[in-house]
Design a protein around this ligand. Sequence first.
Ligand code: CP
Ligand code: NVA
Length: 311
Amino acid sequence: MAVSLRGRDFISLHDFSTEEIWQFLETARMLKLRQKAGLEDRPLVGKTLGMIFTKPSTRTRVSFEVAMVQLGGYPLFLSSQELQLRRGETIADTAQVLSRYLDGIMIRTFAHQDVLELAEAASIPVINGLTDLLHPTQVLGDLLTILEKKGRLEGLKLAYVGDGNNMAHALLHGGAKVGMHVSIASPEGYKPQPEIVAEAQADAQKTGARLEVLTDPAEAVRDADIVYTDVWASMGQEAEKESRVPIFQPYQVNSALMARAKPDAIFMHCLPARRGYDTTDEVLDGPQSVVIDEAENRLHAHKAILALLLG
Ligand code: CP
Ligand code: NVA
């Protein structure tokens, strides 16, 4: 039986059980179907979501904002530049005050610890819209996309090629929860954090997911159903953008690498991509790419998160 997720935070996929992850996915599927059929669901009438951004965003901002509107609620965009946080007001004070006005907070920022601190002091749900450590709302949308394209999650193999960053971490968490094998290939010095791999391994043992962290991209994509990549330098790492190019060049997802995966493999990217670097145009715009459907599914996944946490 479905448990209530009302009032919970959404900070890491690791915090949820396999059943709870499926509850988000089934709700997203249902809301998407109903929207496509022209039906309205407005469980959040009178509810307000504050959205704090200290990093840029196209998909996360627009999809959360539209998700709130479609569910009958009100999204309030809060640039960190305009909040008193910029002048040194503490996260804890901000969290307590915002909890008196709002029904939920979505935050995108640098330090994961800041999101944990916000959630600790807030009495309303806090949603992680990306930190340097994790990007869980992205991966919920990605699981929905894989489910739609492949008809299942358990037993599939996802190969992630590139930086062992917030995306690699969240994919390890998500794959482990649903029994999907995740093979990561990253250069030495850019592997996922061992603590995250250990968290995911604990779940993988229960669900049968096989997780591996490799160096060779060709080995990672062998027999893969999904090939996934991300930028080589994330937000906050702009100074390393050019120096990372020669290190990550062998990790570029191009037609030659895609040819080593299963013939019916799909290509995924959280976007934005740095075209011609992490991915070639041929792959991004090619028949195996599902990146635009993937971006759309952020909206449906976010509606599920908001409806279940705030509804
Ligand atoms: N994938 C993603 O989170 O995109 P934005 O940075 O545009 O929100
Ligand atoms: N790893 C990227 C993801 C962007 C959605 C970043 O953090 O910039």
